[in-house]
Design a protein. Structure first.
Length: 259
């Protein structure tokens, strides 16, 4: 994919990011065909927007998502700092047309995991974790038909991330059994999805390890960034007006409202 085609794709997506619109498939000339090309478009979008990167998401961490997206493995996407909110936030429903909801376990890094040639080991990435948070990812692709555009286009759009809502850190979070943690998503009091941390690549730490190694040739991860490790609850669409809560171990830990 030529640099001018990468930039053309990025320009189309940057416009959608900036005005909140949705667009049809990219022209054949600038449509990414591989994940490598998709990541080049991601990088061009980030450079053009000039927005601070608050963290990263890992997508397609479960078999359900891989089947839906026809993905062979996980993918990564940036989460921009201006789209990270605290629990309890009220969000205009028209800001994110899809309003997809995913209950996740997120890490805030206390140490850098910089780019390097040598692969990271699990013990190394665990030592970089500063705190563990409950989180709800809001998914809202910039595509009018996000399942039809193909996986590389979806990944080019930073994995369809729209926002991340963070709850307060778990007490002694780095000592918790995150693989066995039960996570439940409720909308207006009704359960719409549930699972455990093990539904994410076998466990959230495995997802962080995958991301650290996926990014070690793209600049790495920085202290203070948030890593949202993938959905434990599946993906569900919220109605235009709704009260949303993600429960961890049976307790509401992160909430938001669409208004």
């Amino acid at each position: 994919m030529k640099i001018e085609n990468v930039q053309q794709a990025a320009r189309r997506l940057v416009e959608a990011w900036q005005d909140g619109s949705q667009i049809g498939p990219l022209p054949e000339s600038c449509r990414p065909r591989t994940l490598a090309e998709a990541y080049r478009v991601q990088d061009a979008i980030a450079k053009s927007l000039g927005a601070e990167v608050g963290g990263w998401k890992v997508g397609a961490t479960g078999m359900g998502a891989r089947k839906l997206l026809k993905a062979r493995g996980p993918f990564a996407g940036r989460i921009f700092a201006g789209r990270i909110f605290e629990s309890g936030v009220a969000i205009p429903s028209d800001a994110y047309p899809l309003r997809g909801l995913e209950g996740e376990i997120a890490f805030k890094l206390a140490k850098d995991l910089p780019g390097r040639a040598k692969p990271y080991r699990l013990a190394e990435v665990k030592k970089a974790i500063g705190s563990v948070h409950p989180a709800i990812e809001i998914v809202a692709p910039r595509w009018t038909d996000w399942l039809a555009v193909g996986l590389p286009s979806l990944v080019a759009d930073h994995g369809a991330n729209a926002a991340l809502v963070l709850g307060k850190p778990f007490a002694k979070g780095t000592e918790l059994d995150l693989d066995g943690m039960a996570v439940e998503m409720r909308v207006d009091g009704a359960t719409i999805g549930k699972g455990t941390g093990a539904d994410v690549l076998g466990g959230p730490h495995a997802s962080l390890l995958w991301l650290a190694n996926a990014l070690r040739r793209r600049g790495g991860l920085k202290a203070g960034q948030i890593v949202s490790t993938g959905t434990c609850t599946g993906l569900f669409k919220a109605p235009p007006k709704a009260k949303v809560a993600a429960l961890y171990g049976g307790k509401p830990r992160v909430e938001l409202r669409f208004v």
